[in-house]
Ligand binder design. Structure first.
Ligand code: ADP
Ligand code: MG
Length: 727
């Protein structure tokens, strides 16, 4: 009997939900462990408080003296909450978060000890971070990296550690993390969008980008998950025959949340509330043991930090409940994978959502301006948008008939499609007063304030307008949202900048402001038609149609990543002050390498499991069959071939599968060796993608066949039906 599997099964079957005590109202504990504005007001001098606010609202610098005051206040608050350590908390390009804890504790001259935390420790640290990915930015002789305080995301206490959100840059200031380019992109969108807002309302001084993410995940019993080397090392199953019952009955989605999962969620929600992560919804997802949670949307930088923090807390909280959280985009073949919808919008400091139709024709014209510019931005940069969501895990989802395909398109709904059609026929040049009135009353004025009802019906679109926001649905569940959000905000910033130049040009030529806007918009509608698609994005017709429209269809990560270093992309990021050429190229290297490493690890694990677990088990069972056949021969003599017919067939079958597995593993290893000799990072990731990875399915096929033939008692790996239905 396979002892590990059955021990794990016994353990998991005996589990009870962990008791959760959450007596406090959510609103009472919300933000309790966050050094937010109200705590700052309490712990900081008026001067220091003002300077932090100014830094948050206007990007101003905080000087030394004020930083010392902030540090002192922060320390006092942290100690009052029982914190003993502090850390600069940052998001290196590994995809995880990083922290190195230092104690406040310090020995002073007379041998006594104090708790110390000074301004310079708050503002900047110099972690020896030479083993974080840098894509060639950091030379070996200059291995230092710097973390620098980001006052726009508040410090928080997790456990007994004060965590200070920071950026992470090289000695020369080049970005080594996700946050730095994101902050620059948010700056760019603020500049461009505010300038456009002034066409409509002179009082607007700032535009914020908002993000509301929706996180999908799987929960698997910890004992079951830990007994599978593939889940431990790669976050997904590399083999496993599908369960007789999967998601075909649609009986999980929005169903009653299983009690152990519910206990986990409540515990997680309490943790999140304390940390100021405004979780709002929770529900079962499509696949068995798949769930989703989503917060109320927030300013993008904060929302990104909160999602990174959440992914970390999920893992820790799950342990307490004897679960393993799988954030991988495709943990199980044959059933839905996980994504992370990024709901994105722009709002002004005067409280207007720029992607929400308003009450008056003028506010609707403002809405249309932002709406159409966003569509044009995606149209002109569709390949870069695709690259922003490229990862080894997400490749399994995109185009697999569950997530959007690898072709980027925009869905806007029937009503707005007809509005665009009308705007397309606006007269060139100056508009007659009648036409303008007509437009304002009958077209622009007729956009209802709330569009939610007749949009959002197309779940197959990668980028859908959903009434008051765009929903970027192709993002992977494991991704750091900073990457897609940096791209979306940068391309829209650039587009709005160009829009302003064109409108200003027409105004200079003596055209009225709204005439000019209508004129430019009309041309944009015409030139971005290719990206609009309302039909079924899963269909084969769309693949053909998209090809005709010359939209990219980059099916793999190595293919998609190339757009990150095209001349156009490099120029775009440079112009918008988001990344210089070195930074763009470094990220390209890092992402190619990450892809290679992930496939390399999967390939090794698959080879090991196939040879060390599956083949020996198959031989063991085959030996039992051989014994059986020998016995039958003893009893029946010559006639035994009749009685042993099926067994002999099975013996032959097993030999065939063993042979296939062994030879395919050998071929795969050969391909790995070849790929490893390649120096160019993209060529290498391409080889892993096109030469190594194809063996995964072939090896898996034979292993899964054996799973169906071999005695269940002998099978060493937890089966799909056990992982997906034990809860
Ligand atoms: P679903 O996509 O599952 O139908 P909803 O459309 O209701 O769910 O919203 C999902 C997410 O959209 C939530 O995280 C919510 O906070 C976010 N959201 C709602 N309005 C906005 C907005 N104006 N900007 C950004 N995100 C938003
Ligand atoms: Mg959604």
């Amino acid at each position: 009997m396979s002892t590990l599997r059955f021990a794990a099964l016994r353990k998991s079957l005996n589990r009870k939900p962990i008791k959760i005590i959450d007596e406090n109202k959510r609103s009472e504990i919300f933000g309790e462990n966050v050094f937010n504005k109200s705590k700052m007001q309490q712990y900081l001098s008026v001067e220091a408080f003002k300077s932090v606010l100014d830094a948050i609202d206007n990007n101003s610098k905080i000087d030394r003296k004020e930083a010392s005051q902030v540090a002192a206040g922060m320390k006092e608050w942290a100690l009052s909450k029982g914190a003993t350590h502090y850390t600069h908390w940052f998001q290196p390009l590994t995809g995880a978060t990083a922290e190195k804890h230092d104690a406040f504790f310090e020995i002073i001259e007379n041998g006594d000890a104090i708790e110390r935390f000074v301004g310079s420790e708050l503002v900047q640290q110099e972690p020896d971070a030479s083993s974080f990915p840098h894509g060639g930015i950091r030379n070996t002789f200059e291995a230092r990296g710097y973390t620098a305080w980001d006052p726009t995301s508040p410090a928080f206490i997790y456990g007994t550690t004060l965590c200070i959100p920071t950026i992470f840059v090289s000695y020369k200031g080049d970005a080594l993390d996700y946050k730095t380019p994101l902050l620059r992109a948010l700056n760019a969108i603020d500049d461009s969008a505010t300038a456009i807002c002034k066409f409509f309302d002179k009082n607007v001084k700032k535009v914020n980008s908002s993000l509301g993410w929706e996180q999908e995940y799987f929960l698997v019993d910890n004992a079951l998950a830990s007994s599978r080397p593939d889940i431990i090392l790669t976050g997904r199953t590399l083999l496993g025959h599908s369960s007789a019952k999967g998601q075909q009955l649609d009986d999980h989605y929005f169903g009653t949340i299983p009690s152990r999962a519910m206990a986990f969620m409540r515990d997680l929600e309490t943790e999140c509330m304390l940390l100021g992560i405004p979780l709002k919804t929770r529900h079962n997802e499509v696949a068995p043991n798949q769930f989703e949670l989503a917060p109320i949307f927030e300013e993008t930088n904060l929302a990104v930090d909160h999602n990174s923090l959440l992914m970390d807390i999920m893992g820790k909280t799950a342990k307490r409940h004897n679960f393993k959280v799988l954030l991988h985009e495709k943990p199980f073949a044959g059933i839905s994978g996980s994504g992370k919808h990024n709901n994105w919008s722009l709002s002004t400091d005067t409280g207007v959502n720029l992607l929400s139709p308003g009450k008056t024709p003028m506010s609707n014209l403002q809405f249309l301006t932002f709406f159409i510019n966003t569509i044009k931005a995606v149209n002109d940069n569709e390949e870069l948008v695709r690259a922003a969501i490229a990862s080894a895990g997400n490749d399994h989802r995109l185009g697999a008939g569950e997530a959007p395909p690898a072709i980027i398109s925009v869905f806007i709904g029937e009503q707005l499609t007809s509005v665009l059609k009308e705007l397309e026929s606006v007269t060139k040049g100056k508009l007659s007063p009648k036409e303008k009135t007509d437009l304002k009353l009958n077209v622009v004025g007729k956009i209802p304030e709330i569009l939610l009802d007749n949009t959002d019906r197309n779940r197959t679109s990668p980028f859908a307008f959903t009434g008051n926001k765009f929903e970027f649905r192709a993002v992977g569940s494991m991704a750091n949202c900073a990457n897609p959000m940096t791209v979306i905000n940068t391309i829209v910033a650039k587009q709005l900048k160009d829009f302003k130049i064109e409108v200003d040009k027409l105004i200079k030529k003596d055209m009225k402001k709204d005439d000019a806007i209508f004129n430019v918009i009309r041309e944009y509608i015409k030139s971005s038609k290719n990206i609009l698609f309302e039909g079924n994005s899963y269909s084969e017709e769309w693949q053909k149609e998209a090809k005709k429209r010359k939209l990219s269809n980059n099916n793999s990560t190595p293919e998609a990543l190339k757009a990150k270093i095209s001349e156009k992309t490099i120029a775009l990021f440079e112009e918008m002050g988001v990344m210089n050429e070195i930074e763009s190229k470094a990220r390209y290297e890092i992402e190619n390498d990450e892809y290679t490493l992930r496939i390399q690890i999967e390939s090794r694990v698959l080879g090991d499991i196939a040879r060390n677990h599956i083949v020996p088990t198959a031989i063991k069972y085959q030996n039992t069959l051989i014994e059986n056949v020998k016995g039958l021969k003893e009893i029946f003599g010559k006639e035994f071939t009749i009685q042993a017919k099926e067994q002999i067939k099975l013996i032959k079958d097993i030999s065939k599968h063993i042979e296939e597995i062994n030879s395919k593993v050998d071929f795969m290893i050969e391909e790995r060796k070849k790929a490893n000799k390649t120096l160019d990072s993209n060529k290498k990731s391409m080889m892993y993608c096109n030469k190594v990875k194809p063996y995964f399915d072939e090896i898996r096929y034979h292993c899964d066949k054996l799973e169906m033939q071999i005695d269940d008692e002998l099978w060493p790996l937890i089966k799909y039906r056990e992982m997906l239905f034990i809860r």
